[in-house]
Design a protein around this ligand. Sequence first.
Ligand code: HEC
Length: 121
Amino acid sequence: MKLSASKLIVGSCVALAMALGAQAAQDQNLVKLGEKIFNTKKLGNCLACHDVNGKKIDNPGSLGPKLTGLKYWDDKMLYDTIYDIYKARGIKYSAMPPFGANGWLSEQQIKALVAYLKTVQ
Ligand code: HEC
């Protein structure tokens, strides 16, 4: 049987759409994981210091700045900031712990945080 060009094109479009769908689902999982890490005390506990997407905790005073507009940041810069804010900024003191450098969060967990923070308003 001869395959017509149009069948081939339709076939590859379907395959591409399926691949894109799988990628989107994966990204969505990463975002969800990042949000969980952000909000969980025993993981990132980022919410303790950072107000994000209007979520606030009841503690008096947030130590860190409100996180907004991070979608405009370069991925690597965001990753490095979470990995080790001292090194990323060349500063000696910060209330924010170097989560990657001190081994509190894995590379994968920080990547998930980056994916989540990119969705923050
Ligand atoms: C103990 C408080 C504290 C915790 C916990 C904390 N941070 Fe921070 N964070 C800060 C402070 C303070 C700054 C401002 C940087 C400085 O020290 O000058 C900051 C800065 C940042 C910045 C840069 C924001 C900007 O607009 O410049 C990002 C991004 C960030 N934190 C993400 C996170 C993430 C993600 C977590 C959780 C893994 C986290 N922080 C946990 C205190 C905290």
